[in-house]
Design a binder for this molecule. Structure first.
Ligand SMILES: Cc1cc2nc3c(=O)[nH]c(=O)nc-3n(C[C@H](O)[C@H](O)[C@H](O)COP(=O)(O)OP(=O)(O)OC[C@H]3O[C@@H](n4cnc5c(N)ncnc54)[C@H](O)[C@@H]3O)c2cc1C
Ligand SMILES: NC(=O)c1ccc[n+]([C@@H]2O[C@H](COP(=O)([O-])OP(=O)(O)OC[C@H]3O[C@@H](n4cnc5c(N)ncnc54)[C@H](OP(=O)(O)O)[C@@H]3O)[C@@H](O)[C@H]2O)c1
Length: 247
C-alpha cells in the first residue's frame, strides 16, 4: 500500500475567519464513523501531516473535514488556501477509537464536544448505529462565540428525523444568548444544568459518554463524570467514558 494517496479538493467552505470545511474526493479504505484520516501537503521535500476526523458518514462522498486555522499553524495555514481542483494527500488507512464499536450498550448516549470536536459526532449521528443501540442521544457542542455554532442545518435535519430521541445542548463561553448555556461543560455537569437542559439523566446506570476536542475540557469533563461514579471505558474493564484529545 502506498504511504500517501492523492485526493482532490472539491470544495472549501469558510464558516468564519478561522473555521473551514474541506471536501475531498479520495479513495481511502473503509472507515467507521468517528474515525480520522491523516491529511498531508508536500512542503519542500517533506510531507506535513496531521489527523482530521471525518464529518461525512462512511457511505457519503465526498469526504468532509471540519477544521480551525491556528495563527501560526503550519498545516492549517496551508489547508485554508486550498481551492477546488487542488491536491491534498491522505494516508490510505483511516484510524481511531472514538467509534461506537468501542462503546458498551446503554440507555442514552452523550456526545460531548468543544470546537471542531463536533465533527466526528456528526458522522456518527448520520449513521443508523446510535439510533439502533440507544433510546436517546444528546449532542453537546461548546464554543466561545455564536458564529462558531456551525453545522446547524445538518443538526436541524437530524432533529427533524429523530424527534424526541435527539437532544442538542449548545454552550457559549464568552457571550450570553438565549437558547444556549453560558460557561463551560464541566461546571454545568456539576451544577445539574446540562442534564436539566437536555432533559435526559446523565447517570452511571444509563449513560455512555463520548468526549472530543480540547484536551483540558476532556480531562475536566472526565473528572466531573468520575465524581458521578463513571469511569473510562477499556475493553478489558468496561466503563462509561470514551475520549479523543485533539492535541
Ligand atoms: C485524533 C485527532 C483528530 C483531529 N481531528 C481534527 C479535526 O477534525 N479538526 C481540527 O481542526 N483539528 C483536528 N485535530 C488537530 C489537528 O490534527 C492539528 O493538530 C491542527 O489542525 C493544527 O495543525 P497545525 O499544523 O496548523 O498547527 P499545530 O502547530 O500542529 O498546532 C498548534 C496548536 O493549536 C492547538 N490546536 C490544535 N488543533 C486544534 C483544534 N482542533 N482546535 C483548537 N485548537 C487546536 C493546539 O494548542 C496545538 O498545539 C485532530 C487531532 C487529533 C490528534
Ligand atoms: N475562537 C476564537 O475566537 C479564536 C480566535 C482566534 C484564534 N483562536 C485560536 O484558535 C484555537 C482554537 O480556538 P477554539 O475556540 O476553536 O477552541 P478552544 O480554545 O478549545 O475553545 C473551545 C471551547 O472549549 C472551552 N474550553 C476550554 N478549556 C476548557 C476546559 N478546561 N473545560 C471545559 N471547556 C473548556 C472554551 O471555553 P473558554 O472560552 O472558557 O476557554 C470554549 O468554549 C485556539 O488556539 C485559539 O487561540 C480562536
Amino acid at each position: 500500500m502506498p504511504k500517501w494517496i492523492e485526493g482532490t479538493v472539491v470544495n472549501q467552505k469558510r464558516w468564519t475567519e478561522t473555521l473551514f470545511t474541506l471536501c475531498v474526493d479520495a479513495e481511502v479504505t473503509a472507515f467507521e464513523a468517528g474515525q480520522f484520516a491523516k491529511l498531508a501537503l508536500a512542503v519542500g521535500s517533506e510531507m506535513l501531516a496531521r489527523p482530521y476526523s471525518f464529518v461525512n458518514a462512511p457511505k457519503e462522498r465526498p469526504h468532509e473535514f471540519y477544521y480551525v486555522t491556528l495563527p501560526e499553524g503550519p498545516l492549517t495555514q496551508r489547508l485554508c488556501k486550498l481551492e477546488s481542483g487542488d491536491t491534498v494527500y491522505l494516508a490510505p488507512r483511516p484510524s481511531g477509537f472514538l467509534v461506537l464499536s468501542e462503546v458498551p450498550d446503554g440507555t442514552n448516549l452523550w456526545l460531548i464536544s468543544t470546537g471542531t470536536g463536533v465533527g466526528p459526532f456528526l458522522s456518527i449521528l448520520k449513521t443508523d448505529v446510535p439510533w439502533q443501540r440507544f433510546q436517546q442521544v444528546v449532542l453537546v457542542h461548546a464554543v466561545r462565540h455564536p458564529d462558531e455554532l456551525t453545522y446547524r442545518d445538518s443538526i436541524e435535519r437530524l432533529l427533524d428525523e429523530r424527534g424526541e430521541r435527539m437532544r442538542v445542548v449548545s454552550f457559549l463561553s464568552r457571550e450570553e444568548r438565549s437558547g444556549t448555556l453560558h460557561g463551560r461543560i464541566p461546571a454545568a455537569i456539576e451544577d445539574g444544568r446540562l442534564e436539566a437542559t437536555a432533559g435526559v439523566a446523565l447517570s452511571v446506570k444509563t449513560s455512555q459518554v463520548m468526549i472530543c476536542g480540547n484536551p483540558e475540557m476532556v480531562t475536566d469533563t472526565t473528572e466531573a463524570l468520575k465524581r458521578r461514579g463513571m469511569k473510562k471505558h477499556r475493553r478489558r474493564d468496561p466503563g462509561h467514558i470514551t475520549v479523543e484529545n485533539y492535541w
